[in-house]
Each structure stands twice: as structure tokens, then as C-alpha cells.
Design a protein around this ligand. Structure first.
Ligand code: HEM
Length: 436
């Protein structure tokens, strides 16, 4: 076993290093097998991101804004995260590709800027349209209000994850996308298994992959059956996302739009929608519960039907506990990040880069008083949906759907948590709430 000592990772800016980075440096200073040291460093970083993110990010931004480790380069300042995500020809989304290929095929998020990406994203823009947002809002608000009315006949406690926050996006998928499973629980299971494989299985664990492969096959099989039913019934005239896709396919006007494009577009949209929406709604609500003033403002906005104010409060709450701390890229060539700045760093070709979007949302170089809860910050300062070429295509839907799911709950008198949420891995599984 080698006992090489690894030099502390680069780019200290202040010369003074905080306790979290001192502990990180101590791992390498102890020496030992470089692979084992790299593994311990990676585990330390992931522990910090999972359990102690904001203090860790602050040390990174102040002391090592671009922290290079053998496993990944961590980028923590707002402008550097933006730079990574806007250099789509340099920083590739290829890490997603093998995981998506094995399940639903080359969905847009796994494609660098190529003719295939251009075709698939253009198809998505044609079938999921900005002018549908009022329809989306109608479906979501009707569905959420109906569920809350049925559930809350007394003071509770009532479980709201399985019944509301996972249920509403599955209903939206059925009514707006035209994609429903034989029952909603089935769709929730498919979406979760696939989402876990795409976004959480960074280490390629077979026990996460196998259920996703099965779920993906079942989803695509279900889509085949639904598409056949629509065609047989002449139902491609229906004005939902599936109907629009079938018309594009039949018109032959959009070159290369085949059944594969239709299937992976619908499957990918649903996988991208269900758990993200549920988790964001629950995490925003938990933050509001922890901030009584903000909760009171959200309740007032809900009661006054002030949807803009409500959305501002919900997405500011989510900034304190976003569902994704980062997005991952791989450098296709050597690149000088933050050129001209004191912390400029060469990112070598092949490096895996963690663009820490959560850290960016707390960077005082760009956000005013980021530690304060201040709804109504400029939209670009929110990196929940990332930025650049691959910025979330569902962000406009989410900006409506998440507040509209919470709205009928927030209207209830004395809404409060009853116990703590339970999780299935990173996904909220249960949360009970009570009213007065
Ligand atoms: C709170 C809810 C959501 C969050 C936080 C979220 C977050 C994200 C993020 C961070 C990305 C970019 C990933 C990257 O650059 O590596 C992304 C991409 C994407 N999201 Fe979302 N998402 C949400 C909801 C949705 C919904 C509801 C849909 C579908 C209706 C959706 C569809 C997509 C698609 C299609 C992409 C890929 C876009 C592209 O590659 O050009 N997302 N999402």
C-alpha cells in the first residue's frame, strides 16, 4: 500500500481555512492509499452536502471556491456555477446518458447540443406550450382543492405525501400529458424508480438500476398500449400532449419524430415531474413550518388568492432546502474557469464538475443578505431549475403547480406538522399535518 501524502486541494483565497475544510484537508494529511484517501474525501464532501450544506458551502465560497478533488471539482460561487452551465459545448451532460439509455432512451437531459437534442427539445416546445399554463393551473388547483376538501373533514392528523403532493402531478400527467397508468400508485412507483436511477444513482448501484430498468420497460409498454388505443379510436385529435405528439408524428413535418421520440418525451416528462414536485412541495412546507412569520404570510397570500405572492414565498422557502444541491457535468476539454479572477482554475478535460446550485443561491456576491428570508428576489437568482441550455423545461409548470398544491392546505386554520416526515431514501414518503 502506498503512503503518499496528497497536497491540500487548490484554490485557497483567504489563506485562513475554516474548520470544515481543515477537517477535509486532514483526511489527505493522514496519508495512505491515494484511492482510499480519495474515497474518504468524497464521502466527507457528500456527508457535508447532505447534512451540513450551508456552513460547508460558505467555507467553500470563501476559501476554496473551486475545490479540486480526485472524484470531482466543486464549484460554489454563483457566477462560476452560471459559467459552467452556460458553457454547454465544454461541460457535458454525458453522466446522465448511460443511466437514461438503459431505461427510456436518450432523453433531452442526457444529450449535449446535437441535432438529436435540437429535434427532441423542439418537439417538447411544440407540445408542452407556455399558453397551456392557465389550463395546467386549472387542473392542478381543482385537483388539489378537491383532495384537501375530502381529506380534511376534521382536525387531523392527515398524511399529505401519498394523498396530495405525489398524487396531483400524477393526475396532471393523466389529464394534460394524456399519460396515466392503470392506477396512480403504479405511476408513482415507476416515476420514483426511474428518477432514482437518473439522478441519485451516481455510483451505478445495481440495486437501484434493476427496478428502474423494469419500471422503464413497463412505462414504455403502457405508452405503447395507450398510443395504440388512441390511434385505433382516432383519438389523436385530443388536445393534450399525447395527442399533439401523435399529430406531429403523423404529419411527418418534423423529421425524425418517430414512436421512440414520442415515448421518451412522455416518459421523461412524467419521470421529471412527479418526485420533483412532491419533494419541492413538502420541503417548502417544512421550511415554512420552521418560520412562523413566513407561514403566516403564505397563509394570508393563499386566503387572498395572491398567487404571485404565494409563489414568491414558496420558492424563497425552497431556497433554504432545495431538492437538488447541485447539477453534474463532465469537462470535454481543458477549461479556465473564472478567468481573470484570483481564484481562476484550470479544469482539466475529463473532470467531473459539481455545479453547486444551492451554494450559488447563498452567494452574497450576487444575492442581497442571502441568509435572510426575502421573497421576491429576482428570478435569475433562483437556481432551483439550473440555468443555461438544460434549464428545467418544467419550470413554468412547477412555478404554478407547487404553490397551487400547497394553497388549499395553507388556507386551513392552524395548519401545523404532526410529527416529522418519513423518507424513502431522499424522497418524502409521509408527512402528517393537523389543523385547529
Ligand atoms: C421543483 C420541481 C423541479 C425541479 C427542482 C427541477 C429541476 C431541474 C433541473 C435542476 C434540471 C437541469 C438538470 C441539469 O442541468 O443537469 C431540470 C431539467 C429538466 N426538467 Fe425539471 N425540475 C422540476 C420539475 C420538472 C417538471 C414538472 C418537469 C416536466 C413537466 C420537468 C422537466 C424537465 C426537463 C424536460 C428537463 C431537461 C431540459 C433539457 O435538458 O433541456 N422538471 N429540472
Amino acid at each position: 500500500m502506498s503512503t503518499t501524502k496528497t497536497a491540500p486541494a487548490t484554490t485557497a483565497t483567504s489563506g485562513v481555512v475554516g474548520p470544515l475544510l481543515t477537517a477535509f484537508d486532514a483526511i489527505a494529511a493522514k496519508g495512505g492509499d491515494p484511492k482510499a484517501v480519495a474515497g474518504q474525501q468524497f464521502a466527507y464532501i457528500m456527508d457535508q452536502i447532505r447534512g451540513n450544506a450551508l456552513p460547508f458551502f460558505q467555507e467553500l465560497r470563501d476559501d476554496r471556491p473551486i475545490l479540486q478533488t480526485p472524484a470531482a471539482t466543486l464549484v460554489s460561487r454563483f457566477r462560476d456555477v452560471e459559467e459552467i452551465l452556460h458553457r454547454e459545448t465544454i461541460f457535458s451532460v454525458s453522466p446522465y446518458l448511460p443511466r437514461m439509455m438503459g431505461v427510456i432512451g436518450p432523453f433531452v437531459l442526457s444529450q449535449d447540443i446535437t441535432p438529436g437534442y435540437d429535434r427532441d427539445i423542439s418537439v417538447m416546445r411544440l407540445v408542452v406550450r407556455r399558453e397551456d399554463l392557465s389550463r395546467v393551473k386549472d387542473i392542478v388547483s381543482r385537483c388539489a382543492a378537491g383532495i384537501v376538501q375530502t381529506l380534511f373533514q376534521g382536525p387531523g392528523p392527515i398524511e399529505i405525501v401519498q394523498t396530495l403532493t405525489r398524487k396531483v402531478p400524477v393526475r396532471l400527467a393523466a389529464e394534460y400529458f394524456g399519460f396515466a397508468a392503470p392506477d396512480d400508485a403504479q405511476m408513482m412507483g415507476w416515476a420514483r424508480a426511474c428518477f432514482r436511477e437518473f439522478f441519485i444513482n451516481l455510483r451505478n448501484a445495481p440495486d437501484m438500476r434493476a427496478p428502474a430498468v423494469t419500471a422503464g420497460a413497463e412505462m414504455l409498454g403502457r405508452l405503447d398500449a395507450l398510443l395504440a388505443e388512441r390511434r385505433a379510436g382516432g383519438g389523436d385529435g385530443k388536445d393534450d400532449v399525447m395527442g399533439r405528439l401523435l399529430r406531429l408524428r403523423a404529419a411527418g413535418g418534423a423529421d425524425g419524430v418517430d414512436d421512440e421520440v414520442v415515448r421518451r418525451t412522455l416518459a421523461g416528462l412524467v419521470i421529471g415531474m412527479v418526485e420533483t414536485t412532491s419533494q419541492a412541495a413538502i420541503q417548502a412546507l417544512l421550511v415554512l413550518f420552521s418560520m412562523p412569520d413566513a407561514l403566516a404570510k403564505a397563509a394570508a397570500a393563499a386566503k387572498a388568492d395572491d398567487d404571485d405572492a404565494l409563489a414568491g414565498l414558496v420558492f424563497e422557502a425552497l431556497r433554504f432546502r432545495p431538492i437538488n444541491p447541485m447539477v453534474v457535468r463532465v469537462a470535454k476539454e481543458d477549461y479556465h474557469l473564472a478567468a481573470g479572477e484570483p481564484h481562476a482554475t484550470l479544469i482539466p478535460k475529463g473532470s467531473t464538475v459539481f455545479a453547486l446550485t444551492w451554494s450559488a443561491m447563498f452567494d452574497p456576491r450576487v444575492l442581497e443578505q442571502p441568509q435572510e428570508f426575502r421573497p421576491g428576489r429576482p428570478d435569475y437568482q433562483y437556481m432551483h431549475f439550473a440555468t443555461g441550455l438544460h434549464a428545467c423545461y418544467g419550470r413554468y409548470i412547477s412555478q404554478i403547480q407547487i404553490p397551487q398544491i400547497l394553497k388549499p392546505l395553507l388556507k386551513l386554520p392552524g395548519l401545523r406538522p404532526d410529527g416529522v416526515p418519513e423518507y424513502d431514501g431522499t424522497f418524502p414518503q409521509t408527512l402528517r399535518v393537523s389543523t385547529s
